[in-house]
Ligand binder design. Structure first.
Ligand code: ADP
Length: 771
């Protein structure tokens, strides 16, 4: 490493030393020159005084003798003195005896000399003789040029100064050399050694100490540096070892990662292969499920047709007068057939879920009325001691948007379970609006479901316990289907149950309101109920009657009742009614269980009396109350009758090629009081329509010559029967089929095999009773 000369330590040290030495030397030189100056200044006066002393006696004699010649010689001699530039001798009469002078010396340093000593000095000596000291003889004047002395002094001063400078210069050189040799050179050597040494190479970690400096500061510096080198080298070695270990570890890690990557790649390949296989399997499964659904639909068609015939025939046979034993055998066969139809329907629905074929409608329908209808249809399954009640919130919407068929399935599944597993107590169906939809609750006081079975029962073909099938029958499909339906509608199905304490199934369904509830016209009147406090009837009436504007009271026992304090008595307690009847004349509304209407002669005894079967539908109740309170003739005939009791006067054209189906449908329609015309295919039906007037057409779809679709199209195209209801009869239960029927101009759809109740509901809907 090269250090600039002026930056070197030796130079700096020497420069400082020399500066100090120079200043001191100059000061000393100046002091010396000052002293010299003082002595020179004094020596001028001394020398001239001495000259005057020497010249005193001769000058006194010359003045005494007034000898001008000698005076001339004396003054000339005095002028020989280098400093004297004028000499004058006058006598005591001031007569000039001699006056000589010469020009003063001129030189370039003269000014400085004149400044120091003055330009010239004048001396005078009063003359007298030694023997006559008091007698003044004359005066000797001398003018002295100071430059003679000043020049000498300046020369000496220059020499002194020059001497001082030279000494400083020499001293600087010597000191510079010494410092360089003592300090800079060994330091430079150490620096060079330090800069060349590399702590990473162990053999280069020692710096040699310059000879002669082992124990001074440089030696110590070298030792400390060497120690640092050693520790640095050790540290570097340790780091290098750690780095090597790290590199080894990284290499190992890289190997592992690449091995793992290869493994992952392989397993990825395997996975994508498996995925492909799975995708393929899924596709095959979907295809199979679709094929199965199609197969099931076709099979259901094939199975339904003969089943329809079989059930229809059995039911017709049951209605004819048969010996009791045969009747029992046939009714078992009929029940088994019904179970078979339900099973078939459930399996078909489940397979539709599996094949993803379930399509939901979104049309407005009256959910309240549908629940009441369904409950009414299922009421025949209720045990004698079970009170079935429909409790529909008064503000429940008039119509909601959704799929009525599928919602009916949910209601019917939950309700038929509740009725099946309840031997006594209550079964309630409740409907209430919730945010974003409706809540359907079916509560019963039946056998309940143990906690551990509650999750299981939603699996297909699963029941709560082993003895259930034996005791209650069933297939274990209903809840699975119900849950799937709720899910498909984006709803939820909840269960609350405890073994022995009944069950509560609640379905929250996002069925949006289409039409808000329409308030009924108020009915005025004092109405009293005689029923147990916890009965469904009491709850139903207390929630509806005040809203319909009636003055309503509820009594549990006839003893608290004041005859004459009411205009109408509603009761489900026949025993108390019989005891009470003689005490009052107001009309009575008797609510009975399904099939328990009083025979007309007994009803006559209690007149005026109207009988209504449970469950009470809001509309039926309202109409009955309106008639009875507004004094219309109350009759003893039951207003809401069972399907058997309803007599329809509708003229129905049945278009059906299968003779068995013809017989079944004809028999059922006849039982419902309908007049039936039969055509065996479409063309025949068209001809018949030209001749006859009918209220409704029941149209089979698949027929020879002209099928039901074509016949329906022609009926609509003809322009004569635009409003005539045409209901398709088909065994194919798939949604496309329904669409196809609609497209052909048919209004409704009835899947075979159908029950008499289904047929009744259909006729009631399309050919309503007048009044
Ligand atoms: P199924 O009624 O045909 O057996 P479900 O799927 O409808 O099939 O019901 C499955 C099981 O759940 C029933 O077998 C019964 O054990 C139990 N279950 C359903 N509803 C009720 C209920 N309301 N009370 C008691 N148990 C019930």
């Amino acid at each position: 490493m090269d250090i600039k000369f002026t930056n070197r330590l030796s130079y700096k040290q020497a420069r400082l030393t020399v500066l100090v030495g120079f200043i001191l030397g100059t000061l000393l030189s100046l002091i010396q020159i000052g002293i010299d100056y003082a002595s020179e200044d004094a020596s001028i006066n001394r020398e001239v005084q001495a000259l005057l002393q020497i010249s005193h006696n001769p000058a006194s004699r010359i003045a005494y003798n007034i000898d001008t010649e000698l005076a001339q010689e004396l003054t000339g001699g005095l002028l020989q003195s280098p400093a004297v530039i004028r000499a004058r001798l006058i006598d005591n009469n001031d007569t000039v005896l001699a006056d000589v002078q010469r020009p003063r010396l001129e030189d370039r340093y003269r000014l400085l000399s004149d400044f120091l000593f003055g330009e010239q000095r004048q001396f005078q000596e009063r003359l007298h003789l030694a023997q006559m000291p008091k007698d003044y003889l004359g005066t000797l004047y001398l003018d002295v040029d100071t430059y003679t002395f000043g020049g000498r002094f300046l020369e000496r001063a220059w020499v002194t100064l020059l001497n001082g400078f030279t000494r400083s210069l020499v001293l600087t050189g010597i000191l510079l050399g010494l410092f360089y040799m003592m300090l800079t050179k060994p330091l430079v050597t150490v620096i060079a050694a330090l800069s060349n040494s590399d702590p990473r190479q162990p053999q280069q970690t020692r710096v040699d100490c310059p000879p002669g400096h082992e124990s001074d500061e440089i030696g110590v510096l070298v030792k400390v540096a060497n120690r640092q080198f050693v520790s640095m080298a050790t540290e570097i070695q340790q780091r290098r070892a750690a780095e090597n270990r790290l590199t080894d570890y990284l290499n190992e890690l890289e190997d592992r990662v690449s091995a793992r990557t290869n493994e992952l790649k392989a397993s990825n390949d395997r996975l994508s292969q498996t995925n492909q296989d799975l995708e393929e399997a899924r596709r095959r499964a979907l295809e199979m499920a679709q094929a199965r659904a199609a197969f099931l639909a076709n099979m259901s068609h094939e199975i339904r047709t003969p089943l329809n015939g079989m059930l229809g025939m059995i039911s017709l046979a049951l209605d004819s007068g048969l010996p009791a034993e045969q009747r029992q055998q046939l009714s078992i066969a009929h029940d088994s057939g019904k179970v078979l139809v339900e099973l078939l329907n459930d399996i078909l629905d489940l397979s539709k879920f599996d094949a993803g074929q379930l399509e939901l409608e979104r049309i407005p329908f009256d959910l309240g009325a549908m629940v009441e209808d369904t409950a009414n249809l299922l009421s025949q399954n209720a045990a004698a001691n079970v009170e079935l009640t429909c409790l529909i919130a008064s503000q429940f919407p008039s119509t909601v948007l959704g799929d009525p068929t599928r919602v009916r399935q949910i209601v019917s599944n939950l309700l038929s379970n509740a009725l099946k597993f309840t031997r006594f107590g209550r079964v309630d169906v409740r409907l209430s609006p919730i945010v974003g939809g409706v809540r359907l609750e079916v509560c019963d006081t039946g056998i309940g479901i143990p906690e551990e079975a509650q999750a299981r029962i939603f699996q297909p073909f699963t029941q709560a316990g082993a003895g259930i099938t034996r005791q209650y029958g069933g297939t274990g499909l209903g809840l699975a289907l119900t849950r799937n339906l709720c899910k498909a509608m984006q709803g939820h199905l909840h269960i609350q149950s405890a073994a022995g304490f009944g069950s509560r199934f609640s379905a929250d369904l996002p069925l949006l309101t289409h039409t808000e509830a329409i308030p009924a016209a108020p009915l005025r009147g004092r109405v009293v109920t005689l029923s147990k406090a916890g009965s469904g009837l009491a709850e139903l009436l207390s929630s509806n009657l005040p809203g319909w504007g009636m003055d309503y009271q509820q009594h549990e026992s006839a003893s608290t009742l004041q005859p004459g304090a009411f205009e109408l008595l509603i009761t489900d307690d026949l025993e108390q009614l019989l005891a009470l009847r003689p005490q009052f004349a107001a009309p009575i509304l008797l609510v009975t269980a399904y099939g328990n209407f009083l025979p007309s002669e007994r009803a006559g005894e209690l007149a005026p009396l109207v009988q209504l079967a449970r469950p009470l539908a809001r509309n039926a109740l309202y109409q009955a109350l309106r008639r009875m309170l507004q004094g219309e003739q109350a009759n003893t005939a039951p207003v809401q009758a069972s399907p058997n009791a309803l007599q329809h006067r509708a003229r129905v054209l049945l278009v059906e090629d299968n003779p068995v189906n013809q017989l079944v449908a004809k028999g059922m329609l006849g039982k419902l009081g309908c007049q039936v015309l039969v055509a065996s295919q479409g063309a025949e039906a068209l001809e018949m329509l030209d001749r006859e007037t009918v209220d409704m057409v029941l149209m089979d779809c698949n027929m020879p010559v002209m099928d039901g679709y074509e016949a329906s199209r022609r009926i609509r195209q003809s322009g004569h029967w635009q409003q005539l209801p045409i209901v398709a009869l088909t065994a194919n239960a798939m949604p496309e089929e329904r669409e196809r029927c609609r497209a052909a101009g048919m209004d409704d759809y009835l899947a075979k095999p159908f029950r008499r109740e289904d047929l009744l509901a259909l006729i009631e809907h399309w050919v309503p009773l007048n009044g």
